[in-house]
Design a binder for this molecule. Structure first.
Ligand SMILES: [Zn+2]
Length: 619
């Protein structure tokens, strides 16, 4: 499912607000109000009264900052010109500057006795910076400069083919998805990675500077700071991710084994050795992070569900707005209020004929009240119908927590927002499609293997990638991985977790992590791992609340007021309490549990084990 993860700015803006003080927003155009907030001298003895005054001032500023920044970003994404780009970048910079000031000031209350709510708000301010700047203004400017340079190298990246054709990442992405020519895929894979060697020294310096900033805020290093964002000790968080991965790994291993066999049949076992990691360019994706694009190569026989949602949408004369209204009905069936009229008048649903826009689907919250929107160039396909449900999941979350203080207008942890969108999309099952009249009958269970395989290629395949990106960065920030080892360590982790390998020897100056947006973009990645775990647990729990008796991959919570009420209670909390409290509302437990994934994919897992019998699995 395509969501708002591609760029940091849109991720934050889509998820909005408290997150937006991190870096994705703007700042006030005047310094004056900010000075009020930051004028408290560190030399005075600070009290909780000072803390409250500081928080009140920041809250007032943030509301203004967020609104201004969201508007600038919205206009830019909807009317891409030099001018709107400059205005949006300007707003973004001001927001970052404000975020730096707030974090520094919040840290001065570290040893002041304050109440629990104040402490939570101060911590949110402190941890909102993804790349904290050192105190030294020169170093701070250098860090900002490096961040901009890395972003620019990535966004301008392109590759000129041996045939002389200049390709963008978008072009290459499409070839990676559709080509079945080993050498063409290899050229794309290798070509895209030519953009990143020049990033390496910049990246190393950025790590040094941001580590210094993190230490200034009282953290061991930047990785420890990132891991401190989850209402548990930083080291426990790392262990928790390993534990969850351990639960999923047996299923992943069987999926990997089966896919490797099928790829061996397609490309030859001389190219896809059956006892080694899979070459990373054959999985339908530039980073081998989700494999749905090679479904045709691995599709189980006789698993065609017998309907095609795209054709059904056409047969029922759905236009783009009908698709959105249909998805909205999913939420109203759960008991949520209908979307405000402004949602329909202000959203972008179709690609305009006369101007450039960012088509990547995203959900927006402009004013942290009712001005919620989506921005999509909707194609009338089954997949997009799914994406609309996902995006509206963000919007209903945003509206549910609008009455929280601005600091808490965010998801319970950074995995929740994506998880909620995906949770809703998991309910777009054949049963649901029949209930809304799009298909006439529910295919029998023998056809489920095809649908489950598609889901597994996207979601199960992603999980080890979602884990290893930050495993690598945490080690970079702790100093365990040094610049000389950046690339070899990256591939060691990719082999260890994903069982994929570089298809050719890498040059000594290669910096393959830099070819993945979130590394030069400085966007933490664990949130995507969490979202992939959490969504299945939310789905299982909500299905149970709804009284479902089907296997959970067949369940839809459509029409269940009980499930809707539980979901709403969790969403309304925003980030006001430790995420475990929000988790408990729906799942009954304060601890994540990946067994829901095993339940969901149980029929596929049996099928895979059967297919893998007698094979040498593992990598
Ligand atoms: Zn999303």
């Amino acid at each position: 499912m395509k969501q708002i993860k591609k760029t940091f700015k849109f991720t934050c803006l889509a998820l909005v607000v408290a997150a937006s003080l991190t870096a994705c927003n703007d700042g006030p155009s005047q310094q004056a109000p900010a000075d009020k907030a930051t004028s408290i001298s560190a030399q005075t003895t600070l009290t909780s009264v000072d803390a409250q005054q500081f928080l009140d001032n920041v809250a007032k500023e943030m509301v203004k900052i967020n609104l201004e920044g969201s508007r600038a970003a919205w206009i830019y994404a909807n009317f891409i010109t030099e001018d709107t780009a400059a205005l949006a970048a300007d707003a973004d910079q001001k927001s970052t500057d404000a975020g730096v000031r707030y974090a520094m000031q919040a840290a001065t209350f570290d040893n002041v006795e304050v109440n629990a709510i104040q402490r939570r708000q101060l911590n949110i301010l402190k941890q909102s910076l993804v790349m904290p700047a050192p105190q030294d203004p020169e170093k701070s400017a250098e860090l900002a400069q490096i961040g901009a340079q890395l972003g620019s190298i990535y966004s301008k990246g392109s590759y000129t083919t041996k045939a002389g054709e200049k390709l963008s990442l978008g072009d290459m992405t499409s070839t990676m998805a559709n080509s079945r020519d080993y050498d063409e895929l290899l050229e794309m894979w290798q070509g895209w990675r030519e953009i990143s060697p020049e990033m390496k020294p910049l990246y190393a310096r950025q790590a040094e500077l941001a580590n210094e900033g993190a230490k200034g805020l009282g953290y061991k290093d930047l990785g420890a700071m990132w891991r401190s964002n989850y209402d548990m000790p930083a080291d426990d968080f790392a262990k928790e991710l390993d534990r969850l991965w351990g639960q999923v790994k047996p299923l992943y291993d069987d999926l990997h084994c089966y896919v490797r066999t099928e790829l061996g049949e397609t490309y030859g076992t001389d190219k896809v050795a059956q006892d080694k990691p899979i070459p990373a360019h054959l999985l339908g994706n530039m980073w081998a992070q989700s494999w749905g694009n090679i479904y045709d190569l691995v599709a189980p026989e006789d698993a065609d569900p017998g309907y095609d949602v795209t054709k059904q949408l056409a047969a029922h004369n759905y236009d783009e707005i009908d698709m959105v209204r249909g998805a909205e009905k999913f939420f109203t069936s759960l008991g949520f209020d209908a979307l405000p009229e402004t949602f329909y008048s202000r959203s972008l649903f179709t690609k305009p004929a006369d101007r450039d826009v960012t088509c990547h689907a995203s959900a927006w919250d402009l004013d942290a009240k009712d001005d919620i929107r989506i921005k999509m160039c909707i194609q009338k396909t089954g997949e997009e119908f799914n994406v609309i449900h996902h995006e509206l999941g963000h919007n209903f979350y945003q509206r549910a927590y609008k009455d929280q203080p601005v600091f808490f207008q965010n998801s319970a942890n950074d995995g929740f927002h994506e998880a909620i969108g995906d949770t809703i999309a998991l309910s777009v099952t054949p049963k649901y499609l029949k209930e809304i009249g799009l298909i006439d009958s529910i295919p029998d269970e023998s056809k489920d293997i095809g649908l489950l395989m598609k889901q597994a290629l996207d979601k199960i395949a992603f999980i080890p990638f979602g884990l290893m990106v930050d495993q690598w960065r945490w080690k970079v920030y702790s100093g365990e991985i040094t610049p000389e080892n950046y690339n070899t360590s990256w591939w060691e982790l990719r082999e260890k977790y994903q069982g994929v390998a570089a298809p050719i020897d890498r040059d000594a100056d290669a910096f393959d992590p830099g070819a993945k947006y979130h590394v030069p973009g400085g966007v933490p990645y664990s949130r995507y791992f969490l979202a992939h775990i959490q969504q299945f647990e939310f789905h299982r729990a909500l299905c149970e609340i709804s009284g479902n008796t089907d296997p959970i991959h067949r369940c839809s919570i459509y029409n269940s007021k009980e499930a809707g009420a539980a979901l709403n209670t969790m969403l309304e909390m925003g980030s006001s309490q430790p995420w475990q409290q929000a988790y408990k509302v729906v799942t009954g437990s304060e601890q994540m549990d990946a067994s829901a994934i095993l339940d969901y994919f149980a029929p596929l897992h049996v099928w895979l084990k059967n297919k893998n019998q007698g094979k040498q699995c593992g990598f």
